[in-house]
Every structure is written in structure tokens, then in C-alpha cells.
Design a protein around this ligand. Structure first.
Ligand SMILES: [Zn+2]
Length: 463
């Protein structure tokens, strides 16, 4: 009788367990949140994603971990900040071998896994292909940046061919990358701002010193005449091109979502739409996404459709969420434990279960790189923010900038001198974050074993 009851309970539990949900992550390179209608943009640039947001939850304050693609890809796939995975815009650029990736864990959970991309920083060389059954980077097969439209048919074939197995599909989209939409020829527009050096050569110009100071010998060149110096002024011509490109990207994403629906997958699939980082369009004298951690760069869209929570459709969360939160979120959806991964983010599923769940007060980002202008110039910028305050720390100059994001969302009025109390509090939190991110295994700072064990043996208590 007891055995029968046990069997009955086991069968009931198996029947009660819902089939695993598929997961799709659409990661749009260079997507800044404030150009999406769902985030308050006045122009109607993203109607497709705005409509999808109504059938999803939206995170109003989602923050990238860095200003650059590979750092942010690594944070998504490892759940760790750049201080831990170590992949900055300078060597070494390959993900260290001891980092386990989300794709590896999704595979262990029984998922079929695939990644589609076309950018340099998703090449297999960087180690992010671990755990993917199917890893397509069109750049590695010789094609230049490939439009999402061209990759979409193969992606849809792949999801359609999974049968009863759940799938994890990651797609990085490069359609919004510099030079945006070159075929749109907006350079010839009347009343253009006259800027011709818009990153068309494939790289954003570094327009000023990271601290806004007059360039010294080893600093980058002075801004070109006519460009804004330090103030948060967007360049109309770049904005026009960017918006045109974003609109084209939006149409492709909307088409992809409609194809998922046609295949009956919408109600079985969690769909996350986000950006690896944003884009500067002239604000603070910066363009592109290689340097600077101002809001155009860090504030990214994050929209999440989860068929298990229809009651949350249209809900907007104001909590500070970060790129590193996606790893535990994905593994929670897959039902895969991750306690051993020492993830630094928090699962967004906690907020789905309880929108008032305790959440972080501080969020962090880092950008570190050398430049092509001088051998020794290392840009090392760290940021900590709360819902209200944001502190920039230019480590190479030991200089701070402080902004009140509620009163000054464009970060134009530096309050570092006026509010030393806030600088002190936030710099303490930043140092604490750096300290907590440091490996704490015993050993030499270099991580190497002592060269002479005998030297250690000679020590006696009291030495
Ligand atoms: Zn990117």
C-alpha cells in the first residue's frame, strides 16, 4: 500500500511538472533605452518592440556592466562583472577557462543550445561558444556584418526542428552598430550638423580626455571643431541615422516574434529583448561605445515575456537591474541549480514572484582600455549608482564626477565638489564592490605559488 502510494505520488508529481519553457535572448548591440518608445522616446522608432513590451514586463532601470560588447557578453554568459571575468577592451580578451557559462548549464539542464551572431566580439576565439551545440558567427565564415534579416530563416529553422526538447536560443544583433544604416544616406540631409567623422571607418573617435581636461601630450587629440565639449549634446545627424537603423532593427525583431507566434512557440517561450550596451551620439563629446559610462551608454532596454506570468503583462519595474542578473534568471527558468557558480547577479524571477522582493541599492559598471593614441594611456573608469545618484571615478586621474540623475538625467551638472558626503558614501560602496570582486583564495597577489617552499618552512611563530 505504501509503495503504491509512493508510486502514485511520483506519477502525480511528474504530471504536475510543467514542460520546460524555451528561452530566446535577443541582444541588440548598441541599443540605448531612451530611443525606445516603451522607454519614453517621443519619436515612433520602435513600434514593434513597444507592442511586445505590452505583452511582457519591462525593467525601467536596466544597466550594462561596461561600455563595450565583449565585456558585456562575458557578463551575460558568466553572471560575473568585468572585475571577475577580466574581459575588458584590452588584452587578455579570451574568457578564462575556469569560467562556466550559462549555455553549458542550460545544456546540462536538457536544453538544445544555439547562438547566432555576426560581430567580431562573438567570434569563437573569445571562448563564449562554450556550451552551444550550434554556434554560428557569420563573421568567422567570411561574411561582413550580417543583417538579422539574413540570419533569421536559419534561426527559425533551428527552433522549429527541436521537437519536444526545450531550446535556448541566443541571438546577438549587429544591425544597430556603427555605421548604423549607411545605405540611408542621411549625410546629405539639409541642415545636417556637418560632422563627417561619424565612426564610418568602423571605430568611434575618442573625442576628449576621459575627465574632460585639456589634452596632454599622451592624451587623445582635441575634439574636432564644432563638436560639443563635455556637454550632453546629441548630434542631430547621428541621431537621425541611429533612429533609422533602430527602426529597421525593430521591424526585423517584430517579424521574428511574429514567426515564433506562427509556429505556436510564443506561449512556450520566454523571450528577453535587451542590449549589450547603449551608444553615445555626441553627448559629452563622445560617439560610439568604446569609452564613457554616461547614461546613453549604460541604460539599456530590458523587456521580458514570460508565459508563466500572464498577470504581469505590461508591468514596469523600477528596480536597478544589471546585465549580470540574466544568468541566474535564465538558470532559474531552466530549473538548473547554480549555487556553485558564485554568481554576482540576482535572479529577476524573484521580482516576478514578488514585485516587492528585497533588491539591491547599488549597481556598478566598469570600462578599462588602452587607446590607439598612446602606448601608456589606460582609460579606467568605474561607476556606481543608486536610483538617484551616480558617481564616475576616473581611476587613472583619481577624479570623480557626481550627478543627481533625478534632477539632471543628462549628467551635465557635476556635483562632486558640492556633495562630498555623497561622493564619500558612493566611493566607499565602489571600493567595497572592487574588494568583494577580488579573489580571496590564499596565495601571492600574482596567484603564483611561492617559488621556494623552503623559504616558508623557515618561518617560525613570532616571525
Ligand atoms: Zn555591442
Amino acid at each position: 500500500m505504501a509503495l503504491t502510494l509512493t508510486l502514485l505520488l511520483a506519477v502525480t508529481a511528474a504530471q504536475a511538472k510543467a514542460p520546460a519553457l524555451n528561452v530566446v535572448v535577443i541582444d541588440v548591440c548598441s541599443a540605448r533605452a531612451d530611443h525606445f518608445g516603451a522607454y519614453g522616446y517621443k519619436k515612433d522608432v520602435t513600434p514593434g518592440i513597444d507592442a511586445a513590451a505590452k505583452d511582457a514586463v519591462l525593467f525601467e532601470n536596466a544597466m550594462a556592466q561596461s561600455s563595450w560588447c565583449l565585456s558585456n557578453y562575458a557578463s551575460l554568459f558568466t553572471g560575473h562583472t568585468p572585475e571577475v571575468h577580466g574581459v575588458y577592451a584590452m588584452a587578455p580578451r579570451t574568457l578564462p577557462k575556469d569560467h562556466v557559462t550559462v549555455a553549458q548549464r542550460m545544456k546540462e539542464a536538457g536544453y538544445d543550445t544555439a547562438a547566432y551572431s555576426g560581430g567580431t566580439w562573438m567570434l569563437p576565439d573569445w571562448g563564449l561558444n562554450r556550451g552551444f551545440d550550434h554556434y554560428i558567427n557569420t563573421l568567422s565564415t567570411g561574411a561582413a556584418l550580417t543583417a538579422f534579416a539574413k540570419k533569421m530563416p536559419e534561426m527559425l529553422d533551428w527552433v522549429s526542428g527541436r521537437g519536444s526538447r526545450p531550446f535556448f536560443l541566443y541571438a546577438s544583433i549587429e544591425d544597430l552598430h556603427i555605421p548604423y544604416a549607411p545605405e540611408l544616406h542621411v549625410l546629405e540631409e539639409p541642415n545636417a550638423d556637418g560632422v563627417t567623422r561619424d565612426g564610418g571607418a568602423g571605430r568611434a573617435p575618442l573625442l576628449r580626455g576621459a575627465d574632460g581636461a585639456a589634452p596632454a601630450k599622451s592624451d587623445p587629440p582635441a575634439p574636432e571643431p564644432g563638436l560639443p565639449k563635455g556637454r550632453s549634446l546629441a548630434l542631430p545627424q547621428l541621431v537621425t541615422k541611429y533612429d533609422a537603423s533602430l527602426n529597421r532593427t525593430d521591424r526585423q525583431i517584430a517579424l521574428f516574434l511574429s514567426k515564433l507566434k506562427e509556429r505556436g512557440l510564443w506561449d512556450k517561450t520566454v523571450v528577453i529583448i535587451t542590449g549589450d550596451h547603449g551608444e553615445s551620439l555626441g553627448e559629452h563629446g563622445l560617439t560610439g561605445h568604446m569609452e564613457g559610462l554616461y547614461e546613453p551608454m549604460l541604460h539599456v532596454p530590458l523587456i521580458m515575456h514570460h508565459p508563466g506570468f500572464p498577470q504581469l503583462k505590461g508591468r514596469r519595474y523600477a528596480q536597478l537591474v544589471q546585465r549580470i542578473d540574466l544568468a541566474p534568471t535564465l538558470l532559474d527558468i531552466a530549473g538548473q541549480p547554480y549555487g556553485d557558480m558564485e554568481l554576482q547577479g540576482a535572479s529577476l524571477m524573484a521580482l516576478f514572484e514578488n514585485p516587492a522582493a528585497p533588491w539591491r541599492e547599488y549597481a556598478f559598471a566598469a570600462s578599462k582600455r588602452s587607446t590607439r593614441f598612446a602606448k601608456d594611456f589606460i582609460l579606467d573608469e568605474r561607476v556606481v549608482r543608486t536610483k538617484r545618484w551616480k558617481l564616475h571615478w576616473y581611476m587613472q586621474r583619481n577624479r570623480y564626477e557626481l550627478y543627481d540623475l533625478q534632477a539632471d538625467p543628462l549628467e551635465e551638472n557635476d556635483l562632486a565638489d558640492k556633495r562630498p558626503d555623497v561622493v564619500s558614501n558612493l566611493s566607499f560602496e565602489l571600493i567595497r564592490h572592487l574588494e568583494l570582486s577580488r579573489p580571496h583564495a590564499p596565495g601571492l597577489p600574482s596567484g603564483k605559488a611561492p617559488s621556494s617552499p623552503a623559504g616558508l618552512e623557515r618561518r617560525t611563530p613570532g616571525d
